[in-house]
Design a protein around this ligand. Structure first.
Ligand code: 6PG
Length: 263
C-alpha cells in the first residue's frame, strides 16, 4: 500500500505497518516478496506509459544484493511479461571498476538475470565500461546522445532504481566523498578511503535527480536503523548521501518491508 506523508494517519491500512517519515512517498508491505510485487507493478505502469508517450523507456538499475531477487521476479513471473523490454533502454546506476567476469561487476548479474532472458535488443543494453580511463565521460556521452533523441525537457531517465547501503550511501555516492559536490557532470568516478573497494563509476545527483521517477528499494532488518536515521535525523547529504536524492521534477518513492521499517 502506498502512503502519502501528508496523510495524518501515516499508517499502512492493509497491514498497519507504521511508515517512517521519509522524504517522498513510502510504500510498505509485510514481506520482501510483496514489496517487490508493488515495485514491479509501478515499474511496468511507468514503462508502458513512457512507451505510449515517447516510444521508448529509459530504465537505470542498481547493483548490490537487494534488487537481484526483484530482477529474477521480473523474468519468471508471467504477470510481468507485459514489461516492454523491446522498447527499453537499460542503463546501470553504478559500476565497480572490474571486468564483467568479476563477481563484483553489477553488469555481470544484471546481464545474467535480465538481459539474457528478456527480448531487450543488444544495442539498448548499456553496460558501463568501468575499467576504461574515460568510463564516466564515455557513458555520459552515450546517455546524452541517446536521451537526445527525445524532445527537449523529456530527455531524462524515466525510472531509476536505487538501493541504500547501511552507511546511507546510494548508487556509488559514498559519504563525505567529493563526488557528492558534482553539480554538472552526469557520471563520475567515486574512490577514496571511505569507498568500499573497488573504486566505482557512478551516476551523479544531477542525473538521478532529473529522473521522472526514483524508486528506493530497502529490505531487511539490517537497514532499519539507517531508515530511521534518514527519516528522523538531522544529517545532511554529505553524511548520508541518500538524503541528496531529491528529484527536481519527478517522484521519489520508497519501497520497504516490515523489517526495514523496524516494525
Ligand atoms: C551497488 C549499488 C549500491 C547498493 C547499496 C545497497 O552497486 O552496490 O548500486 O548503491 O544499492 O550498496 O546494497 P545492498 O542492497 O546490497 O545492501
Amino acid at each position: 500500500m502506498e502512503q502519502d506523508q501528508n496523510d495524518p494517519l501515516n499508517v499502512q491500512p492493509e497491514s498497519l505497518i507504521p511508515a517512517p517519515a521519509l522524504p517522498g512517498r513510502v510504500v510498505t508491505a509485510e514481506t520482501p516478496e510483496r514489496v517487490m510485487e508493488l515495485l514491479a507493478a509501478d515499474l511496468i505502469a511507468h514503462a508502458l506509459n513512457c512507451v505510449r508517450h515517447f516510444g521508448d523507456f529509459h530504465l537505470a538499475l542498481s547493483g548490490g544484493n537487494t534488487p537481484m531477487p526483484f530482477y529474477e521476479l521480473l523474468m519468471v513471473d508471467p504477470d510481468y511479461r507485459v514489461m516492454p523490454w523491446r522498447r527499453t533502454h537499460l542503463w546501470v546506476v553504478d559500476e565497480r571498476r572490474v571486468g564483467f567476469e568479476d563477481p563484483r561487476s553489477n553488469w555481470r548479474h544484471i546481464h545474467e538475470i535480465l538481459v539474457n532472458h528478456s527480448d531487450i535488443p543488444a544495442e539498448q543494453a548499456h553496460p558501463i565500461l568501468a575499467t576504461q580511463e574515460d568510463a564516466p565521460e564515455a557513458y555520459e556521452r552515450l546517455l546524452r546522445e541517446t536521451l537526445g533523441w527525445r524532445e527537449k525537457g523529456q530527455d531524462r531517465l524515466d525510472f531509476v532504481l536505487l538501493g541504500m547501503g547501511d552507511n546511507g550511501h546510494t548508487a556509488s555516492l559514498f559519504p563525505e566523498n567529493a563526488v557528492l559536490e558534482e553539480r554538472r557532470r552526469w557520471m563520475a568516478f567515486c574512490q577514496g578511503p571511505d569507498v568500499t573497494p573497488p573504486p566505482r563509476v557512478t551516476m551523479t545527483y544531477p542525473l538521478i535527480n532529473a529522473a521522472r521517477f526514483v524508486a528506493v528499494l530497502v529490505i531487511g532488518a539490517g537497514k532499519a536503523s539507517m531508515v530511521r536515521r534518514v527519516a528522523d535525523g538531522t544529517d545532511d547529504y554529505r553524511a548520508l548521501p541518500i538524503k541528496g536524492i531529491t528529484p527536481v521534477a519527478g517522484e521519489l518513492r520508497w519501497y520497504l518491508d516490515r523489517a526495514a521499517c523496524g516494525a
